[in-house]
Design a binder for this molecule. Structure first.
Ligand code: SDX
Length: 381
């Protein structure tokens, strides 16, 4: 065993794996999935094809893609006992908690675990990609006392999710915009939730536990949960005039401005650029959003005040504005991130299994030594 005496908070700059899944160039603001620029995928691909690329490592031939799509379609439904379990969830609970619980529960229903069997891996990949959106949509309806809606086999992955949320078939633009959002969120190297997924995977536990642990990690406001916080922040600011004092106050109090900053990107996140364009497309079709003006002013003021520190909009800054225009409730923004990122987590699960060694870093003990055991009556604070 080799140990290093150096500790880097947040493991900043520490390598945790070799990976061939995605590369992030933080200086130039470039992101590639399996070597393909994100801009090109956003323009030409669709979510299930991109998921295939990430998970299996190459762009599928037409018949492979068709078979994969058909398998996912076939597994979209969830067991009635999972729906019944979800009916018992408190309606005030956060949908990320509902998703984490439901994802973990899949492990109860599909408990066979044969990690060296390719057909088991394939079935788990298909099941998770297929069922996670259905579970997110089901919780949304069940918590409002409605029955969940069965998936529609004639709709694409993205369109079907929007349909299951609203019982209305989405228009073409909404379905395409949502599909691009899923692609943009599908993978991003060794981020916190992916690291979590890989640590869990390295114990050789089942894939449902891997995804459940990643969902729990994604939920926090410093990670995926920031997309929901951004809208709350824009609403709190309320007007373009209030932006500057808000940013100045955050800087003075050393509080974090949601949707800004990134461990890797020191320029504007390339996904934020695409999401901003998508936001403009939906505003053009469905009407302006006054919070967009506030967001633009925030970007300007933050660039002025914190740009020299490399703090710019990240993926979570504009996504909420897009989702809101598509009629999606605010607390579903992070579950939608999870739907998309399931593709990346599964790709890392496979990669981890391919060259597995259990993650077991070290620590530097800084606690007390040689302490006596005191009887209860002799203890004081
Ligand atoms: C995601 O890793 C990934 O790839 C994640 C992700 C993915 O696709 O998986 O891209 C998705 O999680 C996006 C990030 C969403 N989170 C937020 O928007 C929350 C706000 N942002 C931050 O809290 C922060 O920027 C992080 C969490 C994203 C990054 O944290 P780091 O790398 O640990 O940076 P830090 O907190 O140590 O900050 C470094 C400096 C500090 O200033 P100094 O003490 O050095 O003077 O930058 C400042 C910070 O105060 N800073 C900010 C800031 N982000 C960093 N100051 C104000 N507002 C911010 N948002």
């Amino acid at each position: 065993m080799t140990t290093t005496c150096e500790y880097k908070p947040g493991l900043d700059g520490i390598t945790a794996a070799y990976s061939g899944i995605s590369s992030v160039n933080g200086k130039e603001g470039l992101l590639e999935y399996r070597g393909i620029p994100i801009e090109e995928l956003a323009e030409k691909s669709h979510f299930l094809e991109t998921a295939y690329l990430l998970i299996w490592g190459y762009l599928p031939q037409a018949d492979d893609l068709e078979a994969f799509e058909a398998e996912v379609r076939e597994h979209r439904r969830i067991k009635y006992r999972i729906r019944d379990m979800m009916k018992c969830f408190p309606e005030s609970g956060h949908p990320m908690d509902a998703l984490q619980t439901s994802a973990a529960a899949l492990g109860l229903f599909y408990s066979r675990r044969v990690l060296d069997d390719p057909s088991y891996i394939r079935a788990a990949v298909v099941r998770l990609l297929a069922k996670i959106p259905t579970m997110v949509a089901a919780f949304q309806l069940l918590r409002h006392g409605n029955d969940s809606i069965q998936p529609r086999d004639d709709l694409s992955y993205a369109a079907n999710f929007l349909y299951m949320l609203t019982e209305k078939e989405p228009d073409e633009l909404s379905a395409r915009v949502f599909d691009v959002c899923l692609m943009l969120h599908a993978e991003h190297g060794m981020n916190a939730s992916t690291f979590s997924a890989r640590v869990t995977a390295s114990t050789l536990t089942d894939p449902y536990a891997v995804i459940a642990s990643a969902v729990g990690t994604l939920a926090g406001p410093l990670h995926g949960g920031a997309n929901e916080e951004v809208l709350a922040m824009l609403e709190r600011i309320g007007s373009v005039e209030n932006v500057r004092p808000f940013v100045e106050e955050c800087i003075a109090k050393k509080s974090k401005i949601m949707g800004f900053g990134h461990r890797v990107y020191k320029v504007k996140d390339p996904r934020a650029k695409i999401l901003q364009k998508l936001a403009e497309q939906v505003f053009e079709k469905f009407g302006a959003d006054r919070y967009y003006e506030i967001a633009l002013e925030m970007e300007k003021v933050v660039a002025e005040k914190l740009g020299q520190k490399g703090i710019h909009p990240n993926v979570d800054f504009y996504s909420g504005l897009v989702y809101r225009k598509l009629g999606i409730p605010q607390d579903l923004f992070t579950p939608i991130f999870a739907i998309a990122r399931t593709a990346g987590w599964l790709a890392h699960w496979r990669e981890q299994l391919g060259e597995n060694r259990i993650y077991r870093p070290t620590q530097i003990y800084v606690g007390k030594r040689n302490q006596p055991y005191l009887p209860l009556e002799e203890r004081s604070l």
